[in-house]
Ligand binder design. Structure first.
Ligand code: SF4
Ligand code: SF4
Length: 315
């Protein structure tokens, strides 16, 4: 049986698919979106994070690190990640949990139990379990087992995916997904490469595959999601290009096109894992700008456009 590396579980989410849901976040992502809101998701392995607010300065972590990867610095504990051996002794020894490990391995059955703790609400609020990331398809063997186990229990499932993965993985997973939350960030391949680190060719090809399946089987929902990043994706021309693609190739299968306004609440996460973030000082989107882009999107996907991230609510 496969084990899955999970970095977070959110309960009572209302933006990760239909109804009220529990979202399970799998660790690891082949994309490196420059605006990424979950930087702790990128690394496919467990990693250390250090929280200055929790640290009581006892130095126990430094004392117990045999690799001498920790040292006191002006801003607190410094981690030399080049020589760290990922033994996580420091986290075990930290009395305040300031030093901790991102990522925990789960058996399928344990994770199903954990994800379904709120299952009484799934029926009442037409919800279920969403698998997000990172890119969940990176852990495709575990993902398959997990989705299959959820379906065997009659749980509604959603998959939040970048679409970047081998076709056969999407073929295998498709029967166990009730809703695809599928990102289209750019239509322009060069811009996609520049801002995410990968081409969008496989992503669009896999999306065409998913759309074809839905067209034939009419058993799965498709929600497209586009992050609105100032100066990058939140450009009218890009929204129009995506809109044109949706109108031409997805009009008969798409249920929703969600425009997700950029926010920077994840700034602290970058600090905790010791990374700089070029979008840390990026301005937020103004409501007027978002509404204008949504109006442009409406031209191509009438009645299906939803805005999220403004005042924290989909509207
Ligand atoms: S994980 Fe191990 S090697 Fe790395 S800093 Fe902590 S104690 Fe040292
Ligand atoms: S063991 Fe924890 S609380 Fe003590 S100095 Fe290290 S990080 Fe801070």
């Amino acid at each position: 049986m496969e084990k899955g590396l999970v970095f977070d579980i959110h309960r009572g989410t209302t933006h990760d698919g239909p109804g009220m849901r529990t979202t399970v976040f799998l660790k690891g992502c082949p994309l490196h979106c420059r605006w990424c809101q979950n930087p702790e998701s990128m690394n496919p392995d467990r990693e250390l994070e250090w929280d200055a607010k929790k640290c009581i300065g006892c130095m126990s972590c430094i004392t117990h690190c045999q690799a001498k990867a920790l040292s006191p610095g002006e801003d607190g504990i410094r981690i030399n990640r080049k020589i760290c051996r990922d033994c996580f002794t420091c986290a075990d020894q930290c009395p305040s949990k300031a030093m901790s490990v991102v990522g925990r391995y789960w058996d399928t059955s344990d994770l199903v139990k954990e994800a379904c703790k709120d299952s009484m609400f799934f029926d009442d609020f037409s919800g279920g379990v969403t698998v997000s990331g990172g890119e969940p398809v990176l852990q495709h063997k575990f993902l398959y087992e997990f989705l299959e186990a959820l379906k065997m229990q009659g749980v509604d499932t959603a998959l939040d995916t970048s679409g970047f993965g081998k076709r056969e993985r999407y073929e295998k997973i498709y029967p166990y997904v009730d809703t695809f939350l599928y990102d289209i960030k750019f239509m322009d391949e060069k811009l996609h490469q520049e801002y995410t680190g990968v081409s969008n060719k496989i992503i669009l090809d896999n999306l065409r595959f998913v759309a074809d399946k839905i067209r034939k089987q009419k058993d799965t929902r498709l929600w497209i999601r586009t992050p609105l990043i100032p100066g990058a994706t939140a450009v009218k021309e890009n929204i129009e290009e995506i809109g044109w693609f949706i109108q031409k190739e997805l009009a008969d299968v798409i249920e929703r096109w969600e425009l997700c306004a950029f926010n920077n609440v994840c700034k602290e996460k970058y600090v905790k894992i010791g990374q700089d973030w070029e979008y840390g000082h990026c301005r937020l989107m103004e409501e007027k700008e978002v509404r204008e882009l949504a109006a442009a999107a409406e031209t191509y996907a009438k009645g299906n456009v939803v805005v999220s991230g403004l005042m924290g609510d989909a509207s």
